[in-house]
Design a protein around this ligand. Structure first.
Ligand SMILES: *Cc1c(COP(=O)(O)O)cnc(C)c1O
Length: 376
């Protein structure tokens, strides 16, 4: 029980820039007295993010939920939208807030992403779009999704909240679909306290996004649409600029942590984990494990609670499924019988602590806290 005296190991840790450098940025903001509304840091942050991510048109937001809401407004999506129940609730809430009916489709057990082979049978005359999530940063099967979308004339909006910096064969995953959204929440790979972004593919759409982000103002006296306030302030833009310089090192460390987890867990029966995908530059946003109670010896929840005894705090992302919450469970697509794979993953998952700040001995403690419960 000696681990009880040791510090808590949490599932995530914020990426923090050097405090002295952040103070210098704040000093500049104080001197300029320009706190928000497309200031110097905001402008520079958008330019640098585009460079880093390899995209041309990007708008930063004050959090990662607003860009999903705004994406649906930008493309004037209505009716029904096909989406995954295996995500953070914000994905589906964004549909609800737009008066859109979510239609849940089951996921692929290997990636955790929307199963493209199950999309077509969920399409109705009211379907207007598909809203998939690159869950854990695993890229969706964008080719198959595009083929279906093109065949039925549907829009595709990717919730890429987990996929900061993810590339497929050298190309940013954010180039897929009609629009993609990012979150810079403190628990994400890249953060600005709270923050997010919406990625477009042409100037016209980017302009519409800019109007909608700023109350619909086109100039001092012209409001061209029902916009909202989604603007990021200067302090967080400055913070983001500093974090951009260290995010690659953070991802490198996450990759090493993932390797240790995989090496150490590979001989434990009843623990499954996900592998790197061919040609993908992963960001190691999460490290989910899936517990088979019969083979491992104890249930997922017993292991989850048991790890806490050793001060190791995983999270059950994503449990419960979004489709089980009171707002959505009355939908016919929310029936567990329609979502067997998602239900299974939700019932067996634990995301292990995964962040840039984990030391080798922290990782060892996480693994030990699992092995303690392993009945060979
Ligand atoms: C974090 C997250 C969001 C929302 O981001 P916020 O910045 O917290 O508003 C949306 N979708 C997914 C999949 C997320 O993980």
């Amino acid at each position: 029980m000696k681990n009880l005296n040791k510090s808590k190991i949490l599932v995530a840790s914020p990426l923090l820039p050097d405090l002295k450098l952040f103070e210098q940025s704040l000093k500049k903001i104080w001197e300029s007295k320009w706190l928000t509304n497309n200031g110097e840091f905001h402008k520079k942050f958008e330019v640098e993010l585009c460079k880093y991510l390899g995209v041309k048109y990007l708008s930063i937001y004050t959090n990662g939920t607003l860009p999903i809401l705004a994406a649906l407004q930008t493309l004037k999506i209505t009716g029904e939208v096909i989406t995954t129940p295996y995500s953070f609730v914000a994905t589906t809430h964004a549909l609800w807030w737009n008066g859109i009916k979510p239609v849940f489709v089951d996921i692929d057990p290997v990636t955790g992403n929307l199963d493209p082979n199950k999309i077509e049978s969920a399409i109705t005359p009211k379907t207007t779009a598909i809203l998939p999530v690159h869950v854990y940063g695993n890229p969706c099967d964008t080719k198959k999704i595009k083929a279906i979308a093109d065949k039925y004339g549907l829009k595709v909006i990717y919730d890429a909240a987990h996929a900061f910096g993810v590339k497929v064969n050298g190309k940013s995953i954010l180039k897929e679909g009609d629009l993609s959204t990012l979150s810079f929440h403190a628990t994400k790979v890249f953060s600005t306290f709270e923050g997010g972004a919406l990625i477009a593919h042409n100037q016209e759409i980017k302009q519409r996004i800019e109007f909608l982000k700023n109350f619909g103002f086109a100039d001092e006296v012209t409001v061209v649409g029902p916009g909202i306030n989604g603007k990021m302030d200067e302090a967080r833009a400055a913070y983001g600029l500093l974090n951009l310089k260290q995010v690659d090192a953070a991802i490198d460390r996450r990759k090493k942590v993932a390797k240790i987890y995989r090496d150490e867990l590979k001989n434990i029966h009843g623990i499954r984990y996900m592998y790197d995908m061919k040609g993908v530059r992963h960001n190691y946003a999460y490290f989910p494990i899936f517990v088979d109670e019969k083979e491992f010896g104890v249930s997922r929840d017993a292991l989850y609670e048991g790890m806490k005894v050793y001060n190791v705090f995983g999270r059950r992302y994503f449990y419960p499924l979004i489709s089980t919450f009171s707002t959505y469970r009355g939908l016919s697509s929310a029936l567990p019988s329609n979502l067997p794979v998602a239900t299974k993953l939700a019932d067996t998952v634990i995301c292990l602590p995964m962040h840039h700040d984990l030391s080798d001995s922290d990782v060892e403690r996480v693994i030990d806290s699992i092995k303690k419960y392993y009945k060979k």
